[in-house]
Design a protein around this ligand. Structure first.
Ligand code: GDP
Ligand code: IMO
Ligand code: MG
Length: 431
């Protein structure tokens, strides 16, 4: 019995959805604790492909309680669409519980995300334009609308009106854009409130009771460590904390209640959007990895930038998150390459850097120093036991552990539930 936090160790899209879905088989409750529908988690079950943005990946089991914690920002229209799309595919969704303290994304957040990105031009962040950043800005600025406010018509009406008074000035005077209509927004959001009201509850109480009863709880991170607003490649980050400590804050439990942290690490590196990426590849090798790995954004469809595995960032993620284990995904995508490279440091100004630097200009000038390992040709997509992996694939995984200091508990060799090799039971070891 344990509480396990699962986080991305890179720039997102590591395969957290798939690993969550796999581990959820043993969990009683699956919790999202930050981010919003900027996330895109693809889960393959049998012949079916599910793309989840807000609902935890545990929803694909009929008996798991799924929780959206207070740390998440919720676009109610997107959530309702996601619920309807799942229902249309006969996935029951009544087991979803939404925190009354989670903040709501409003049309003015999406609008502002668009306007700010367009205004930045070449200096843009490359956001998903889902209004995530502006919604978190309002939360910290103490003018946000929480789920509990959404359910209270008077409060909702007042907050939208007050917020739009300021924001419409901003839209017209700073951006030269059209103002938005408070009444129209309020009417739509009242409708959403009616639909979501039965799902809204005090999530912290639910989780505390479950922990007291010794239930298995899985916290599903969105984004990744290098997109963390505190620890990532700022300002090319998202506006929340995808790292493990935020699971406590974003779900309403104390940090002493977290037993274990698992980092999901793609066998190579990808990034969507702008910002530094020292091991980025261009040309043929990047194209090959992108095509073999299907590296196109789940949320925006953008081609993902691809590069070699960067052990500097994964070791950094191990420190920031306190990782107990790694889940290495997409090892199958590297099959057939003659030589594989893993970055173990950066050369900068005549020095070898082995710790991830905060400075963007250092990152821009950092030249990766690589270990080279021979690749393997054998098809590994049918392998089910670690010992049956080709020795060179095992060597690759062992080198990851050597360079990061974190043992590998799970290895992904394909998109399906069955295509996972297990070396450690992450729930099975108690506290
Ligand atoms: P997330 O955002 O971290 O949940 O990751 P995404 O779902 O955005 O991207 C990961 C993609 O890789 C998805 O399309 C998964 O189906 C796929 N995937 C996950 N694990 C594996 C694996 O081990 N092998 C292969 N070939 N694909 C995988
Ligand atoms: P999952 O959960 C990859 C990136 C965006 C952009 C930056 C800020 O699927 O791993 P935002 O819209 O959050 O303000 O954009 O963060 N980004 C992601 N990249 N995977 C994600 O989620 C992401 N969520 C946000 O591309 O660079
Ligand atoms: Mg994704």
């Amino acid at each position: 019995m344990a509480t396990v936090v699962l986080v991305g160790t890179q720039w997102g899209d590591e395969g957290k959805g798939k690993v969550t879905d796999y581990l959820a088989a043993k969990a009683d409750i699956v919790v999202r604790y930050q981010g919003g529908n900027n996330a895109g988690h693809t889960v393959v079950v049998g012949e079916e492909v599910f793309r989840l943005h807000l609902i935890p990946s545990g929803i694909l089991y009929p008996d798991k309680i799924c929780v959206i914690g207070n740390g998440v920002v919720i676009d109610p229209a997107v959530l309702i669409n996601e619920l309807d799309a799942l229902a249309a595919r006969e996935v029951p969704t009544a087991r979803l519980v939404i925190s009354e303290r989670a903040h709501v994304i409003l049309p003015y957040h999406r609008y502002l995300d668009e306007l700010e990105e367009d205004k930045k031009g070449a200096g843009k962040i490359g956001t998903t334009r889902r209004g995530i950043g502006p919604a978190y800005v309002d939360k910290v600025g103490r003018v946000g609308v929480r789920m509990i406010d959404l359910l209270d018509t008077e409060t909702l009406r007042r907050k939208i009106r007050q917020n739009l008074e300021d924001k419409n000035h901003l839209f017209s005077r700073v951006f030269g854009a059209e103002p938005l209509d408070a009444d129209a927004i309020t009417r739509d959001y009242e409708r959403y409130a009616g639909r979501l009201a039965p799902l809204v509850a005090d999530v912290s109480i639910l989780l505390h009771e479950a922990i007291d009863q010794g239930k298995n709880i899985l916290f599903e991170g969105a984004q990744g460590t290098l997109l963390d607003v505190d620890h990532g490649t700022y300002p090319y980050v998202t506006s929340s904390n995808p790292t493990a400590a935020a699971a406590a804050l974003g779900a309403g439990i104390g940090p002493t209640k977290i037993d274990r942290v698992v980092g999901v690490c793609k066998a190579y590196t990808t990034r969507v959007g702008e910002g530094p990426f020292p091991t980025e590849l261009r040309g043929e090798m990047a194209d090959r990895i992108r095509e073999r790995g299907g590296e196109y954004g789940t949320t925006t469809g953008r081609p993902r930038r691809c590069g070699w595995l960067d052990a500097v960032i994964v070791r950094y993620a191990a420190r920031i998150n306190g990782l107990d284990f790694l889940a290495v995904t997409k090892l199958d995508v590297l099959t057939g390459l003659d030589t594989l490279r893993i970055c173990r440091g950066y050369r900068y100004g005549g020095q070898l850097l082995t710790e991830f630097p905060a400075s963007l200009s250092v990152l821009a000038g950092a030249e990766p120093v690589y270990d080279e390992l021979p690749g393997w040709d054998e098809d590994i997509s049918g392998v089910r036991l670690y010992e049956d992996l080709p020795p060179r694939a095992q060597d690759y995984l062992e080198r990851i552990t050597e360079l990061t200091g974190v043992p590998v508990a799970l290895v992904g060799v394909g998109t399906r539930r069955s295509q996972m090799l297990v070396r450690h039971d992450v729930f099975g070891q108690g506290k």
